[in-house]
Design a protein around this ligand. Structure first.
Ligand code: CMP
Length: 235
């Protein structure tokens, strides 16, 4: 991890660089950016560790310095629905930061990660200094609302098989690999993971995968799924 071996100075420089790339902080002067970078508390989380739980009462803002975390809703039985994944340079925790209410989701590290945490008061001071931050934050929140609308639409109007194919094709486009026969090639995800990302039960996913395999839309190949290019037109 880039941060493990770095000094305090390097950490500030990395935070400053990431903050510069964040649309939310784009209007801040370089001077102010380096001041605010020093206010971030940096810490590490191991893969699978929880950063905070839904309903916790903290109000700090976080930025992913390295690795990835995801926002999830968990029910009593431990079933998970993934709302969003945040990678290097993304921020999260803005909802409790803004309204002071409990955390809306549980945040879990998807891989070993380094996070920067900024106290609410420090963020509010930055906003007072430059109100454009608030406008940029609003724009980021609206973008997340649009994504959430997309998820609601999928849950309401698509069945499990269609939601699964949508996820597999999105992943295929992001990963970009194809095999010799033109099938998209993506790293295999567990049925539990697929269930968490499509809002379905693990049992439903297992059934759908069987049907898709029978129709030769999805093949399992060692650590990979192969997805038929025809799946795009079949959606
Ligand atoms: P907060 O409620 O403070 O803590 C949980 C965080 O998860 C939340 O702030 C957002 O940063 C993030 N989050 C919650 N719901 C969504 C969503 N639907 N889309 C993207 N991010 C979300």
């Amino acid at each position: 991890m880039e941060l493990n071996s770095s000094s305090g100075k390097d950490k500030n420089a990395l935070i400053e660089r990431l903050l510069k790339e964040l649309p939310v902080f784009k209007s801040l002067s370089d001077n102010y950016l380096s001041r605010i970078a020093k206010d971030f508390i940096v810490f590490q989380v191991k893969k699978g560790e929880t950063v905070f739980y839904q309903s916790d009462s903290s109000t700090d803002l976080y930025i992913v310095l390295d690795g990835a975390v995801r926002a999830s809703l968990l029910n009593q039985e431990g079933q998970e629905l993934v709302l969003a994944t945040f990678d290097k340079g993304d921020f999260f925790g803005e909802m409790s930061l803004l309204d002071g209410k409990p955390r809306s989701a549980t945040m879990i590290a998807v891989e070993d990660s380094a996070l920067g945490m900024l106290k609410r008061e420090k963020f509010l001071t930055a906003v007072k200094n430059d109100p454009m931050i608030a406008i940029d934050l609003l724009s980021a929140v609206v973008q997340r609302l649009r994504m959430a609308d997309g998820m609601i639409e999928s849950l309401a109007f698509l069945d499990v098989s269609q939601r699964l194919m949508k996820l597999l094709l999105q992943t295929a486009k992001a990963e970009g690999g194809k095999d010799k026969s033109g099938f998209f090639r993506i790293k295999k995800l567990t049925h539990k993971e697929l269930a968490a990302r499509t809002g379905a039960s693990r049992e439903a996913i297992s059934k759908v995968i069987k049907v898709l395999a029978f129709r030769d839309v999805v093949r399992e190949d060692g650590d990979y799924f192969l997805i038929s290019p025809d799946a795009e037109t079949g959606m």
